[in-house]
Design a protein around this ligand. Structure first.
Ligand SMILES: NC(=O)C1=CN([C@@H]2O[C@H](COP(=O)(O)OP(=O)(O)OC[C@H]3O[C@@H](n4cnc5c(N)ncnc54)[C@H](OP(=O)(O)O)[C@@H]3O)[C@@H](O)[C@H]2O)C=CC1
Ligand SMILES: O=C(O)[C@H](O)COP(=O)(O)O
Length: 483
């Protein structure tokens, strides 16, 4: 299946049920962000190959949707078992390809297996409803409406680099269980992990054509996919910039967009500061802050700010920094360009008078975890998503000021509130314009049975297993006019 030249593997794409080298004869070299070597080549898939894949998905989808939920579930449960077998290999690929530490990469695969199994169970338990017409003026009991959920057709699933397996499966599994065909476009940096995951799915004997895996740079093939008339729904996770672009290109189809964030941790005067510091550190620096739900700013009551900063400094200075293979918390960023971007934000803040508490050291794309205090609203780091290991502290005089600054952001993914007063927590939770508020905990997507959503520039629509199945199916009403 794969071809090897000069020790570098060329991975085929999975087009209309066949593993194939692209007729473009063009490949993209995937460079490890930390081993500084080429891990393999993936295909630059052509537009005619996209057409063939979408046609094949359309054709296969009717038969697929005609299978019972139990039959579709059997393929997915088998996929979960195949992923169990490949766990170590896929975790190693994630580690090599996106620089996630091994323990977290393995957790990502385990979480994916759990998610697939849960998705099957959830889909099995979902059902439609019926309604009689007599509840509305002029209607009658003789009108019986049967409301079923039916698939949308072909779903385009586009995933980002930072969870190359989990955020892909969290689109593919619900799309398949809802009876759709799938066109899967992984992040280029993450494509080999995506390919390995689909190799496991292919081994289940999945009907040919129902899913294709299209590799290629989003900048080259993305618009063609998005604008394709054969696509009936798009589920996208990635940056706000790409998400906005995609929403302008797509034409009258449902979109679910999970985009960037600038999640604040609001720390009240009465907060348990040890618990707060622990959550902020884990939230801000795991996987070097390359998570949409990372804590990306701290809005702390001035009266406890010195104490909190001291605790954060102490904890940051004990974080392990280095190789993903050593399970370091802070690992090299996805590329040098990302590290340059983060460095630019740090430099801007320091130029404008922020206090460097710790960090601001760098070796290529490996950046030391950095804490900046006395950050003010004229600094870019107060508003921009760094996607790197830097945390700004903004001191505030009141809860109202914290909420005001929290809401001034374009983003609205999650927010954390640290306080021991539940009334205050609920008041703040009600006032913050985000998808989710975490009381005394760090922002996070999981557990995956919870709804996951962003508002404002952080997204549109809702993920989480139940909501993903809903968003990838629609209601269909059949009215029986009884005598
Ligand atoms: N809210 C959420 O759930 C999450 C949000 N994110 C956000 O994602 C970002 C990091 O991920 P990153 O991968 O860099 O994001 P990008 O937006 O750069 O890429 C995301 C995906 O979009 C593809 N893409 C690029 N251009 C186009 C296009 N014109 N049309 C269609 N698809 C395109 C990319 O392909 P290619 O790789 O080939 O360029 C990739 O598969 C951060 O902003 C983060 O906050 C990340 C995870 C979760
Ligand atoms: O990509 C991301 O950052 C995720 O969607 C967040 O997931 P997590 O909160 O489980 O890390």
């Amino acid at each position: 299946m794969d071809s090897v030249k000069n020790d570098v593997v060329s991975y085929p794409a999975y087009l209309a049920g066949q593993w194939q080298m692209s007729s473009s004869h063009e490949t993209i070299a995937i460079q490890s962000p930390w081993q500084h070597k080429v891990l393999g080549n993936v295909q630059a898939v052509t537009q005619p190959e996209v057409d063939q894949s979408i046609q094949a998905a359309k054709k296969a989808q009717h038969k697929w949707a005609a299978l019972s939920l139990g039959e579709r579930g059997q393929y997915l449960n088998q996929w979960a078992r195949e992923l169990e077998k490949d766990k170590a290999e896929i975790a190693t690929t994630i580690m090599d390809e996106v620089g996630k530490n091994y323990a977290d990469a393995e957790k990502e695969v385990t979480r994916t297996i759990d998610l697939i199994r849960y998705t099957v169970q959830e889909a099995l338990h979902m059902h439609g409803e019926s309604v009689r017409g007599d509840g509305f003026p002029g209607g009658s009991k003789e009108k019986l409406g049967i409301i079923e959920r039916v698939p949308l057709g072909v779903v385009l699933a586009i995933s980002p680099f930072n969870y190359p397996v989990n955020l892909s499966a969290s689109k593919i599994a619900p799309a398949l269980m809802a009876g759709n065909g799938v066109i899967f476009k992984p992040a280029t940096q993450g494509a080999i992990s995506g390919i390995k995951m689909i190799q496991a799915l292919d081994r289940t004997g999945l009907p040919k054509g129902i899913l294709s895996l299209i590799t290629g740079h989003g900048s080259q093939i993305g618009d063609y996919l998005t604008e394709h008339p054969g696509i009936n729904m798009i589920s996208f996770t990635g940056s706000t910039q790409t998400g906005k672009h995609l929403s302008q290109k797509s034409i009258m189809i449902p979109l679910v967009l999970e985009l960037g964030g600038k999640d604040p941790a609001i720390v009240c005067q009465d907060a348990d500061l040890d618990l707060t510091a622990k959550n902020i550190i884990g939230g801000a620096f795991a996987y070097s802050g390359q998570r949409c739900t990372a804590v990306k700013r701290v809005l702390v009551d001035d009266r406890v700010a010195d104490q909190l900063v001291a605790k954060l400094k102490q904890a940051i200075e004990t974080l392990s920094v280095g190789s993903p293979a050593d399970n370091s918390t802070v690992v090299p960023l996805i590329d040098d360009k990302s590290a340059d971007f983060v460095q630019g934000l740090i430099d801007d803040a320091l130029d404008k008078g922020a206090t460097l508490v710790t960090g601001n050291r760098r070796k290529e794309n490996l950046m030391a975890p950095t804490l900046l205090d006395n950050v003010t609203q004229n600094m870019d780091i107060a508003w921009v998503e760094p996607f790197g290991p830097v945390l700004p502290i903004i001191r505030v005089h009141s809860v109202d000021e914290a909420v005001k600054i929290a809401n001034k952001s374009n983003f609205g993914l999650q927010a954390s509130v640290f306080t021991q007063d539940i009334d205050k927590a609920l008041e703040i939770a009600g006032a913050v314009e985000v998808g989710t508020v975490q009381v005394n905990g760090r922002p996070q997507r999981g557990p995956d049975n919870f709804p996951f959503l962003g508002v404002k520039a952080s997204g549109m629509g809702t993920q989480g297993v139940h909501n993903s199945i809903l968003s990838m199916s629609r209601e269909k009403l059949t009215v029986i006019n009884l005598k």
